[in-house]
Design a protein around this ligand. Structure first.
Ligand SMILES: *Cc1c(COP(=O)(O)O)cnc(C)c1O
Length: 388
């Protein structure tokens, strides 16, 4: 008899041999600029908690109060027993922040992308996505059954060429792009993408996962920062990065949101966001509107680190316009070794390697909660570590 599961062991061995094997490391205690792992303290340059809200007492108290009032689980899908007044409140807060007519909250950002793309396009349609888009955008396109083409990263000429050649063969067309590219740290040329979308009669889904709460005068994201408010587009984001909670959202016209409530499978057929996550996200949106100084602190920290790194020509840094900064390494082994060396001196900034990204790198994320001496320590270590 053959073992139907034997291939899993073989496949896993291939992953190990390639140096692609990964496993989670537990962080003890509250999230923040300094975290505890395995009984040691580490300076944390790996978190998406950009404003330090995941450990903020106001979010914690909001989650506790909501749990006491509404229980731990929402007990059903939103259309059945899973809807609470908190969900309406959160969706109104998101729509106000984004200056859109309405918004819809999903159980995660990943599910927001999967369900939204699957609802918007199908067999007779075309999806055009930036080559470096997040996994959830890429998988959403596959789930939709549409024809999928990718364009070279940030290359508007390539997007134009593909639209000119292909657009007329399809019914609807959806362009997908991250606004802040999560593993590179550069930004999408959103105004140009929207111009091409207008020219070729396409919809655009802009993924603001790393931009919401961070970019723009009011923290609304890159759409605000790049002057694209008021233009026709679909904005998506997550509650789990700068907002310190869990869940995803889509913001746009009232018509779009009503349509998604009826057609997005990852919203209709899944349990509503928990009361604790919902209440924490409401508190977070309030804070990002009331405390712009958190954003200013974050950007001051980003400037400080970028200045220190600019003085170190041996570092091969990817172009970044965000709080995400990547130092490139020639091989997987080199990236793992640098990641380990940083860890040995108490800095958590792990290697990101294929297949997550095309080239190995150390990915650094900067937060409002980092102190100047944290950044100085990181910059000093980058100076003395061997990068070959
Ligand atoms: C993290 C991320 C998501 C998924 O959000 P979750 O809420 O963590 O599921 C989607 N898109 C991008 C670009 C992301 O970085």
């Amino acid at each position: 008899m053959t073992d139907a599961y034997g291939w899993i062991e073989q496949s896993l061995q291939t992953i190990h041999r390639a140096g692609w094997s990964r496993s989670p490391q537990a962080i003890a205690g509250l999230p923040g600029a300094i975290v505890q792992m395995g009984g040691q303290s580490y300076l944390n340059f790996a978190s998406n908690d950009y404003l330090g809200l995941a450990g903020d007492d106001r979010l914690i108290q909001a989650a506790i109060a909501a749990t006491q009032q509404f229980g731990t689980g929402s007990t059903g899908s939103r259309l059945l027993t899973g809807h609470r007044p908190l969900h309406d409140q959160l969706e109104r807060a998101i729509a106000t922040l984004k200056q859109t007519e309405d918004a819809l909250v999903f159980s995660s950002g990943y599910l927001a992308n999967l369900g939204t793309i699957a609802a918007l396009v199908g067999k007779r349609d075309l999806v055009l996505g930036d080559q470096y888009n997040h996994s959830s955008l890429q998988k959403g396109a596959i789930v939709s059954g549409a024809t999928i083409l990718s364009f070279a990263h940030g290359d508007m000429q390539d997007l134009y060429t593909k639209l000119s050649q292909q657009r007329s063969h399809f019914q609807r067309c959806l362009i997908l792009t991250d606004t802040v590219f999560s593993m590179d740290g550069d930004l999408c040329a959103l105004p140009e993408v929207l111009d091409l979308a207008d020219q070729f009669d396409c919809m655009v889904l802009a993924d603001e996962a790393h931009a919401t709460g961070v970019f723009g005068e009011t923290g609304a994201g890159c759409v605000e920062q790049l002057g694209c408010r008021g233009r026709s587009l679909i904005q998506m984001g997550t509650l789990s990065k700068a907002l310190g909670s869990l869940g995803g959202f889509v913001a746009g016209s009232a018509t779009l949101i009503d349509f998604l409530r009826n057609r997005a499978p990852t919203w209709v057929y899944t349990t509503g966001l928990s009361p604790a996550d919902t209440a924490a996200a409401i508190a977070a949106i309030d804070i990002i509107q009331q405390e712009p100084q958190r954003r200013r602190q974050l950007w001051d920290n980003v400037t400080l680190l970028k200045q220190s790194i600019a003085q170190q020509p041996h570092l091969n840094v990817l172009p970044s316009a965000s709080q995400i900064l990547c130092v490139q390494l020639p091989t997987v082994e080199a990236a793992l070794r640098v990641g380990q060396r940083l860890k040995d001196v108490g800095i958590f900034a792990p290697a990101i390697r294929p297949p997550t990204v095309p080239t190995s790198r150390i990915r650094l994320t900067i937060a409002a909660t980092h102190q100047p001496n944290h950044i100085a320590k990181l910059a000093n270590m980058l100076k003395v570590i061997e990068f070959e």
